[in-house]
Design a protein around this ligand. Structure first.
Ligand SMILES: [Ca+2]
Ligand SMILES: [Ca+2]
Length: 220
């Protein structure tokens, strides 16, 4: 009986600190969402980087993400302390619609790829610095949902599960417009933005261009 009692005491001493290390702590004046019991670590700074480190968490727990279609797991104290992570990349920074004619709709695409662990997803917007233009001439924004051969019209459509204009073309405007969004985590979520333009016989000749800006933010 004495041997049995000593064994139980040893197990309790090991388990108790781990449970205490994972608890969220609150008082009247503060709330600690995450904490860790480990053997060291510090916040390290240089001119070009900042690293928050901790030592002593179980090996393999936080070495890499675990993902599936519906979740991302980033385990360990550092992952919990880092909060929401968002990345957004474009496949190209410029697109060309080549030489326009009255007998075709020209198009060109770029792809936006987004990953975020935000449980409520992200939203990406597009905004222009002015109409597609050449000096004082511009190409009219599409207003009827479809760029049509022989009509002076310019706009974009989208494809991909997060795309917001997958069934109708829309104008790019000086007011930010949401073109892609999700309500859950996103893992390399791809939205293709296709630029389309057509001209009429009265469209002035010239080299037309404009700049657009994408802004991607995590939903909270
Ligand atoms: Ca416009
Ligand atoms: Ca049209």
């Amino acid at each position: 009986m004495r041997l049995y009692f000593c064994l139980c005491t040893a197990i309790s001493l090991v388990v108790f600190p781990l449970n205490a290390g994972s608890a969220s702590m609150t008082s009247e004046n503060f709330q600690l969402q995450v904490d860790t019991v480990d053997v060291g670590g510090d916040l390290i700074n240089s001119t070009n980087y900042q690293v928050s480190g901790s030592f002593g968490e179980a090996p393999g727990v936080h070495d890499s993400q675990s993902t599936s279609t519906n979740f991302i797991i980033e385990a360990g104290f550092q992952a919990a302390a880092s909060g929401v992570v968002l990345s957004a990349t474009l496949s190209t920074n410029s697109v060309s619609l080549s030489s326009l004619s009255t007998s075709a709709v020209n198009s060109a695409s770029q792809t936006l790829t987004v990953t975020t662990n935000s449980p409520t997803g992200y939203a990406a917007t597009i905004i222009e610095d002015g109409n597609l233009r050449s000096s004082s001439d511009d190409i009219n924004d599409v207003s009827d949902g479809s760029i049509t051969t022989g009509s002076e019209e310019y706009g974009i459509g989208t494809s991909g599960a997060a795309g917001q204009f997958n069934s109708a073309d829309t104008a790019i405007t000086a007011t930010a417009k949401t073109i892609a969004t999700t309500s859950t985590i996103a893992i390399s979520e791809q939205t293709t933005i296709t630029y389309k333009a057509a001209i009429s016989g009265s469209t002035a000749a010239g080299s037309y261009s404009h700049s657009v800006t994408f802004t991607t933010t995590a939903n909270y």
